[in-house]
Design a protein around this ligand. Structure first.
Ligand code: FAD
Length: 117
């Protein structure tokens, strides 16, 4: 089947949105089990990502830059960094990772006054 660049880009935007929003909601102080869960999720995401070419590039990135899962800040910063590595390869603009804090809002409204940053 022919490549459909529009569908590929749409999948990418949806996937990054979920990816970064998940990091923004990861515990600030995760249990060891939380950290294992996130690391496993990231590895399976990279393995099962529907665009095979993207998946193999991303798996190589994970080898070079292993997922940081020790806190929300580390996870969100790492995810921003690896997305920027993908941006570089695709000749897209770099995102300012200092602005990641409030950018990804899940809209869940169940924070119970907890800081989301
Ligand atoms: P996207 O890169 O999709 O970003 C969406 C939005 O996220 C941006 O508009 C911006 O607001 C924000 N953003 C941008 N950079 C960051 C950052 N560093 N951190 C946080 N937020 C940010 N496409 C290919 O053609 N070839 C590939 O090999 C390929 N590999 C991919 C691998 C993965 C794991 C994923 C999820 C996607 C991949 N894609 C690939 C798709 C590609 O990354 C883009 O999603 C797609 O090209 C649409 O780009 P976009 O310009 O709309 O912005």
């Amino acid at each position: 089947k022919l490549e459909n660049a529009t569908a590929k880009a749409e999948l990418g935007r949806a996937s990054w949105k979920l990816f970064h929003t998940m990091m923004a909601r990861f515990p600030e102080e995760p249990t060891p089990d939380d950290s294992v869960a996130l690391k496993t999720y990231i590895q399976l995401f990279a393995r099962l990502y529907p665009c095979g070419d993207c998946a193999s590039h991303f798996q190589k990135l994970l080898e070079k830059y292993p997922p940081q899962v020790s806190s929300r800040n580390n996870a969100a910063g790492w995810a921003c960094f690896v997305h920027n590595e993908v941006n570089k390869r695709l000749k897209k603009e770099q995102f300012d990772c200092n602005n990641i804090g409030d950018f990804y809002d899940c809209g869940c409204g169940d924070d119970k006054g907890k800081k989301t940053k």
